[in-house]
Design a protein around this ligand. Structure first.
Ligand code: PMT
Length: 221
């Protein structure tokens, strides 16, 4: 096989968390470090693709030879994705996108009040589902599912609901998997198969995920 099997292909990768502001000093977010998405972006470049990485706020160095834009909130990511996605062959959404944002962002710091504080949150758009709805014939769309229970059932449901070609399931409850670490334990779920992969570095998994995307593309051509 060629050393650059993705030559001529374009790959759009999202990585890291979203931050949803509540006031000028506070936000809600999650523990994503960006390592999984950055590893996929690097692997895609090494395999010969033109790569665009959209990153949430993380402490990682921007990979060389990869074009880059940053986002903070889910709405910002949505805007970037709707602009970029039509031009890419593979879209891989490893970002941990907040499902909700504050219904309104206070313009001044929210002052300490009584013993409890109630903030209303409003649903964010499901970006992966929007991309799935508008999927073009040349595209392979791969999402992730991060779960703490019923991993495979929930991931399979996401595959169908979001019209993705593949969902990479990972569980927060499994040691060596998920947020922050250098390894992950994933299951690759497609409409045809459920493929568990033993613990590997996020770097190695980047290559495996892309090679699986290539196989999926062969089947749809
Ligand atoms: O960054 P690391 O520390 O290396 O950790 C990696 C990871 C755990 C963040 C990564 O492997 C992972 O699982 N990413 C997806 C986390 C997530 O948001 O899962 P979800 O099950 O909530 O979302 C399912 C899919 O829909 C994801 O592809 C997500 O990007 C997408 N989504 C979710 C919500 C939303 N409003 N819009 C979306 O597009």
């Amino acid at each position: 096989m060629s050393d650059h099997p993705l030559a001529g292909k374009s790959v759009l990768v999202t990585a890291g968390p979203t931050q949803e502001a509540m006031d000028p000093v506070r936000f809600i977010s999650n523990h994503s470090s960006g390592k999984m998405g950055y590893a996929i972006a690097r692997a895609a470049f090494v395999l010969g693709a033109k790569v665009h990485l959209l990153s949430g706020p993380v402490a990682l160095a921007q990979p060389p030879y990869v074009s880059f834009e940053s986002f903070t909130s889910a709405l910002e990511l949505e805007k970037l994705m709707l602009k970029e996605a039509p031009f890419f062959d593979y879209i891989i959404m490893a970002a941990a996108v907040g499902d909700y944002r504050a219904a309104s962002i206070a313009t001044e710091k929210i002052k300490k009040q009584g013993d409890t504080l109630t903030i209303t949150f409003q649903k964010n758009p499901d970006i992966l589902a929007e991309l799935g709805k508008n999927k073009q014939p040349h595209q392979v769309i791969c999402g992730f599912a991060m779960e703490t229970e019923n991993l495979l059932e929930n991931a399979k449901e996401k595959l169908l609901k979001k019209n993705a070609d593949m969902i990479i399931a990972n569980s927060l409850k499994t040691a060596g998997a998920g947020f922050q670490g250098d390894t992950n334990i994933i299951t690759m779920i497609t409409k045809e198969a459920i493929e568990p992969i033993e613990k590997k570095s996020k770097e190695e998994l980047g290559y495996l995920i892309l090679r699986k995307c290539m196989k999926l593309e062969e089947h749809t051509c």
